[in-house]
Design a protein around this ligand. Structure first.
Ligand SMILES: [Zn+2]
Length: 355
């Protein structure tokens, strides 16, 4: 039995929250068609909205998770330490308008972990969530620019590279030659250790208070470039959701990140991340993960950004289930999922369940 989660973007920290009536209407339609066990919603600080959605979901026996961004967005709520580039400047990343903020904070900086926890404590701790779904648990990607993708060189990160024996001077000199210098392998490994450590600290605090944990991660083949060791992270979580977004041209979207990686590093790998490649990539992760892997498949349509179709949803669910995914997270905003995509997902899932 596949485990199905539905994700809802109800607004960012600085945008107006979605209307409860609209959220309820959409969730009613989706849950009537699809036997989902969990809804993830975030991250607008709107306690009344969450309270009403919580009551609605409880009546239906559906779990409710908060969607909480960690190493970006938090800077809009609390003083935080940004990622530093190799020349000592701020590698700001792209703050793309009012809705979402992709300016990245250093994952190695305890102040940033404390800030994320404070945001949770002050806005979300008493709403009655079953769990917390942590997003942006990474360093910035090359989509945020070369300097951001090759960060972070803040004093703490530099100290971590030195402690682990990486040649920091070679790293800073070798910017742009990521694959022909062994120093870069150490660099990526240490970045991943920093993320795992900080996320571990956050998960420990949340688990002590009884919250379950889900983690939003990049597609496995892209994850190493942003400091995500997904098998290590999977030991901290109840599930991980690799974002297998092949129709998204925005951060975390596979074609978007792939183009940025090639452009900023100058590499030209001898393969394309098509469906077969992505299914194989996911199958490898399923073998090495310590918790269930739920494939993130986008079904919302956003002009110029996301354009999944019913055919895309069918082929994605089919290939990732065959690759061993234990479930799906229908991402990332049910409110923008067109009816034909909801119907396509429902049809595939119900057929699979023999209904
Ligand atoms: Zn740093």
């Amino acid at each position: 039995m596949l485990d199905i989660t539905v994700q809802v973007f109800a607004g960012g920290y600085k945008s107006a929250p979605a209307d409860f009536g609209r959220v309820r209407e959409k969730l009613e339609d989706v849950l009537n068609r699809i036997p989902a066990t969990r809804v993830i919603m975030g991250w607008t600080p709107a306690p009344e909205l969450y309270g009403r959605v919580r009551d609605f979901l409880r009546q239906r026996g559906v779990e409710f998770f908060l969607w909480l961004p960690v190493f970006s967005e938090t800077g809009r709520m609390k003083p935080c330490v940004p990622v530093t580039d190799w020349a000592g400047g701020t590698a700001a990343g792209n703050a793309d308008g009012a809705e979402e903020d992709f300016a990245f904070l250093c994952p190695n900086e305890p102040q940033n972990v404390r800030a994320a926890l404070s945001v949770f404590n002050e806005n979300f701790a008493n709403i009655g969530f079953d769990g917390v779904f942590l997003d942006r648990i990474r360093y910035p990607s090359f989509a945020a620019g070369a300097d951001a993708g090759f960060g972070c060189f803040c004093p703490r990160c530099r100290e971590a590279y030195t402690r682990a024996g990486a040649d920091t001077t070679a790293l800073m000199r070798g910017q742009g030659r990521i694959f022909d210098d062994p120093a870069w392998r150490d660099f990526l490994k240490i970045k991943a250790q920093s993320v795992t450590e900080s996320v571990g600290a956050l998960c420990g605090e949340l688990r002590n208070r009884g919250f379950k944990i889900g983690l939003d991660v990049f597609a496995p083949f892209l994850s190493r470039f942003v400091g995500q060791d997904i098998p290590a992270l999977s030991r901290l979580a109840d599930f991980v959701k690799p974002m297998m977004y092949r129709k998204t041209f925005a951060p975390a979207g596979i074609p978007f990140e792939w183009d940025a990686l090639k452009l900023r590093t100058g590499i030209s790998p001898p393969f394309a991340p098509d469906l077969d490649f992505c299914a194989g990539d996911l199958a490898e992760l399923v073998k090495s993960a310590d918790c269930p892997v739920y494939a993130g498949v986008e079904w919302n349509r956003v002009p110029g950004i996301a354009r999944p179709t019913p055919g895309y949803i069918h082929e994605s669910l089919g290939a990732y289930a065959a690759a061993g995914a234990r479930g799906f997270v229908l991402s990332w905003n049910a409110l923008d999922a067109p009816l034909e995509n909801t119907a396509a997902a429902a049809q595939w899932l119900n057929h699979r369940a023999g209904r």
